[in-house]
Design a protein around this ligand. Structure first.
Ligand code: NAD
Length: 333
């Protein structure tokens, strides 16, 4: 099966390409390289193009004739979405609409979409399930919810089949060391803590130590990026076997605090993480975690990484190698 992977040069999309190739599929990356890296595209061709540009999409679909689409391409910084919502709506909603219309023109009827726990906002109850009310609290979360809505409307009107995977926090790196997280600027807690431990940036900021959690810091659910990639392959199989469209949370069910991250990073790097404690960041919910049960039951997803220590170890190995050999994904591009 030939699969068009938008955003396949990015962090999660590149891991998905590796998993697709391992499963015997052919990933065709479609990416504008705004945050992705050519060096991360190793399992098939790349078309450099923009999802907001119908001509770019039509040309890629005509040339490679994919049979299915995985849609990772997006702007994904919650903070920036607050100050530049137009860009987020343009790419995440407008770009998704362009993609769905191009798929229609090319007669492609199935898509796996990268959604997010940010569509839930601040839930009233934990753990989050797929039926928890989606009330996003920032333009990023709203743009992803709107894109989910597009999928459902395209199904009603045109028969599109879709799976939306709502990831909780993506984390870790390819255990074989071929891929990892290389964002600039970096905003995710684990790479930031690793970089602080390695002396590549200043102290790691713990934002909020007065939450009503066991150690006072905020709790999140960290899912290994290879487990996310695996779920995408299972979603392809599910759609191919005639599964009904739907949304699935991808989560471990384990809440991990910011202090747990700091401890895991110290263990994995063998160095203390220098920290500064600061006030809560506006709009940061106290705790977000989900069971991921529906994905286990319906897609047959079994996340391999449940321990945050093991997940952080894969990320730390990647970073230690990356920073001693100067950013391998960028260098390869
Ligand atoms: N990282 C997380 O924790 C997380 C959590 C939930 C959901 N997600 C979603 O997963 C997806 C991938 O996230 P990531 O962390 O790998 O981000 P990333 O920035 O590493 O990857 C995004 C990719 O999309 C490409 N892209 C951006 N705009 C484009 C456009 N207009 N046209 C073509 N390509 C474009 C970028 O160049 C990049 O390669 C995103 O949709 C994101 O919203 C990520």
């Amino acid at each position: 099966m030939r699969v068009l992977v938008t955003g396949g040069a990015g962090y999660i999309g590149s891991h998905a390409c590796k998993a697709l190739a391992k499963a015997g599929h052919e990933p065709i990356v479609f990416d504008n390289l705004s945050t992705g890296h050519v060096g991360a595209v190793r399992w098939g061709p790349i078309v450099v193009g923009d999802i907001r540009n119908p001509a770019d999409l039509d040309a890629a679909l005509r040339l490679h004739k994919p049979e299915m689409v995985m849609h990772f391409a997006a702007l994904a910084y919650v903070g920036v979405s607050m100050t530049d919502p137009g860009a987020y709506y343009g790419t995440n909603i407008g770009g998704t609409l362009c993609l769905l219309e191009a798929m229609q023109r090319a007669g492609i009827g199935e898509i796996v979409f990268s959604s997010t726990c940010a569509t839930y906002g601040e839930p009233d109850q934990l753990p989050i399930t797929e039926s928890t009310m989606q009330r996003p609290i920032n333009p990023y979360g709203f743009s992803k919810l709107a894109a989910e809505r597009l999928l459902a409307d395209f199904e009603r009107a045109y028969g599109l089949k879709w799976v939306a995977l709502r990831y909780f926090n993506a984390a870790g790196a390819d255990p074989e060391g071929e891929l990892g997280e290389e964002h600039d600027p970096e905003t995710h807690a684990i790479p930031l803590a690793i970089q602080s431990a390695l002396g590549l940036r200043g102290a790691f900021k713990v934002m909020g130590t007065d939450y009503a959690t066991p150690d006072g810091t905020a709790i999140r659910d960290y899912v290994h990026v290879s487990d996310l990639a695996q779920a995408h392959c299972l979603a392809v199989d599910y759609l191919l076997s005639g599964g009904e469209s739907g949304a699935f949370n991808l989560a471990t069910g384990i809440g991990v605090s910011v202090r747990d991250i700091v401890d895991a990073v110290s263990r994995a790097t063998g160095r203390l993480v220098p920290i500064i404690e600061g006030p809560r960041r506006a709009g940061d919910p106290e705790a977000l975690y989900a069971t991921g049960e529906l994905a286990r039951e319906v897609l047959g997803w079994t996340p391999r990484y449940i321990s945050i220590v093991e997940t952080v170890e894969t990320a730390a190995r990647w970073f230690m190698r990356a920073w001693t050999s100067a950013a391998p994904l960028k260098r390869a591009s």
